[in-house]
Design a protein around this ligand. Structure first.
Ligand code: MG
Length: 469
C-alpha cells in the first residue's frame, strides 16, 4: 500500500469547483477517525444511558446526533487486554495480552514487556494510508521504550504509559484513594518517548490531553488523521481540574465524568469549527465496566450485573456512541457490537486492508452506522485470563464459570449446568432459564467448545513479572 499524498490539495480544489450547485460531494478523502476511550466508565454513568445525577450534555448531544449502542462489548473486563483488542481487532488471547492470575491481569509498572511488534495496530494501518496518528492519554500496552506508542504506529504521544494507580510510593490501603494526593503514585507523564513529569500532575491531566487533542486536529486539518484519546480517568485515584471540583451532584466521581464530557465537547466543537465534522467518525466508549470495590469512587453499570474484572454484563458491556453528522444515521442500536469491530470499521473506512496471515475478530460496522443493515456479529466471547467464562449468541448468554472481581468474592465457580440468561428481557442476569431452553443451552455449549478448539492462544505476555515478595 502506498501512502496517500497531496490529499489536502485535492480536497480544496474539488470543494471550490462544485460548492454551490452540486449535490452532496462524495467523500474526497477518507474520513478522520477519532476514538475517545474512557477508563473504567460504567454502562450507567452517562446521562444518555440513564444516570440521574451525572450531567453529560456533550455526550448526550453526541448520542442524539449519532448512534447510541446498547449491546456493545469490550474484549476483556480489565485495561491492557481491552486496549489490545481495540487496537488489533483481535481477541486478547491471540496476541498474548492476558495474564493467568490476579497479579498479572494487566501490564504493571515493572512489566518487562509489552504488546508484540508483530501485532498490526489500527494506527499502523491508517498511517500507511497517509493518516497522521496521535494518542493523547493512557497507553497501557508496555511502558519500556521498545513498546511505547511510537513503536506501534503513532506519530505523536502525550500521556501516561500505565494505570494512574501504579508505582505506589506508600503501602497500599483504600484510604489512599479517598482523598488522593499526586505524590502517592509515581506515574510518569511521557511526551513522545521522554518522561517530562513525574509524578504526573493528575489533576490537570484530562484538560491537558484535551488541549493536545484539539491542537492535533488544528495541525492536521488538511490531511486525514487518526486521533486516539484514551483518558486515564475515571480510573481511581480520581483527579479533576479546579474548574470541576465540587461541580457535580454525584461527588468526585461525577466531577471527573463531567470533565470528560467537557473534553468531548471541546473535541466536537473543534471539528465543527474546522468544517471537519462531516468527514470525521467519532467513537466514544470505555475500556471496561466500573470498579465497584471503590464504592462512590467507582462508577455504575446501571441495571447490568457486577462490574470491572468480571464476565457479568457490567464488566464487559459499555456505553458506545458513534457520531458523524450527515453520515451516521441517528438512532439507538440494539445489535451486537464490540471494540474489535471498531478496528475493522476504521480500517475499511480508511481504505486499508485487514492484516494478513492472522485471524481478525472484528466485523465492519459501517453498513449499520451508515444505513440500516444489521451487524454481522452474532457471538460475544467473555474471556477471563485465557478461559472462556461465558458466551452470548443473540439474546442468550451462558455462563460456564462465574467469579467476583479480582481480589474479591464470590470465588470461582464452575457450573456443571451452565447458567443461561435472556439478556433481552433480563438485562440484569437475574433469572436462570437453563431448564426452559435446553436446546439453546446446548447450542451455546457447542459454540463455545468450537472456539476453545479453534482459537490459538499465544503464551501470556503479562505473566512475565518480578517474583512475588
Ligand atoms: Mg480500565
Amino acid at each position: 500500500m502506498q501512502p496517500i499524498k497531496g490529499l489536502g490539495f485535492l480536497v480544496i480544489v474539488t470543494t471550490l469547483a462544485c460548492s454551490a450547485t452540486a449535490p452532496p460531494a462524495p467523500i474526497e478523502r477518507p474520513p478522520n477517525i477519532v476514538i475517545i476511550f474512557a477508563d473504567d466508565l460504567g454502562y450507567g454513568d452517562l446521562g444518555a444511558y440513564g444516570h440521574p445525577t451525572i450531567q453529560t450534555p456533550n455526550l448526550d448531544r453526541m448520542a442524539a446526533e449519532g448512534q447510541k449502542w446498547t449491546q456493545f462489548y469490550v474484549g476483556a473486563s480489565v485495561c491492557s487486554p481491552s486496549r489490545a483488542a481495540l487496537l488489533t481487532g483481535r481477541l486478547p488471547v491471540r496476541s498474548g495480552a492476558y495474564g493467568t492470575e490476579a497479579r498479572t491481569r494487566v501490564f504493571f509498572h515493572d512489566s518487562p514487556n509489552g504488546l508484540s511488534g508483530d501485532e498490526v495496530t489500527l494506527a499502523e494501518i491508517l498511517k500507511q494510508r497517509g493518516y497522521a496518528t496521535g494518542i493523547f492519554g493512557k497507553w497501557h500496552l508496555g511502558h519500556l521504550p521498545d513498546y511505547l506508542p511510537g513503536q506501534q504506529g503513532f506519530d505523536e504521544y502525550f500521556g501516561i504509559p500505565y494505570s494512574n494507580d501504579m508505582d505506589l510510593t506508600r503501602e497500599y490501603s483504600m484510604e489512599l484513594f479517598r482523598e488522593p494526593k499526586i505524590e502517592t503514585w509515581n506515574v510518569p507523564l511521557i511526551d513522545g518517548a521522554e518522561i517530562v513529569e513525574r509524578p504526573a500532575e493528575q489533576s490537570t491531566i484530562t484538560r491537558r490531553y484535551t488541549e493536545r487533542a484539539v491542537d492535533f486536529i488544528e495541525r492536521n486539518r488538511d490531511q486525514p488523521f487518526f486521533l486516539y484519546v484514551p483518558h486515564s480517568m475515571p480510573h481511581v485515584p480520581l483527579f479533576r481540574s479546579s474548574e470541576f471540583v465540587d461541580k457535580s451532584a454525584a461527588g468526585m466521581y461525577g466531577d471527573v465524568i463531567e470533565e470528560i464530557d467537557w473534553s468531548v465537547g471541546q473535541i466536537l466543537d473543534k471539528l465543527r469549527e474546522s468544517d471537519l465534522d462531516e468527514n470525521t467518525l467519532v467513537v466514544f466508549t470505555s475500556d471496561n465496566g466500573p470498579w465497584l470495590v471503590f464504592e462512590t469512587h467507582g462508577g455504575s453499570a446501571g441495571l447490568l450485573n457486577q462490574g470491572k474484572g468480571t464476565t457479568w454484563e457490567g464488566g464487559m458491556r459499555v456505553p458506545a456512541l458513534f457520531w458523524w453528522p450527515g453520515k451516521v444515521e441517528p438512532r439507538t442500536v440494539v445489535d451486537l457490537g464490540a471494540t474489535m469491530d471498531v478496528f475493522a470499521t476504521a480500517v475499511q473506512l480508511g481504505g486499508g486492508e485487514l492484516p494478513e496471515g492472522r485471524p481478525i475478530d472484528g466485523f465492519d460496522l459501517s453498513a449499520t452506522l451508515l444505513g440500516n443493515a444489521p451487524t454481522e456479529r452474532e457471538v460475544v466471547l467473555y474471556y477471563r485470563f485465557n478461559e472462556i467464562y461465558a458466551i452470548r449468541k443473540g439474546w442468550f448468554k451462558a455462563h460456564f464459570i462465574t467469579q467476583g472481581e479480582y481480589g474479591m468474592g464470590p470465588e470461582r465457580t464452575e457450573h456443571e449446568t451452565p447458567l443461561l440468561y435472556h439478556l433481552g428481557n433480563d438485562p440484569g442476569e437475574r433469572f436462570d432459564v437453563a431448564k426452559d431452553h435446553p436446546e439453546v443451552l446446548q447450542d451455546l455449549i457447542d459454540e463455545a467448545a468450537g472456539y476453545r478448539e479453534s482459537v490459538e492462544v499465544r503464551p501470556s505476555l503479562f505473566d512475565a513479572r518480578p517474583p512475588a515478595e
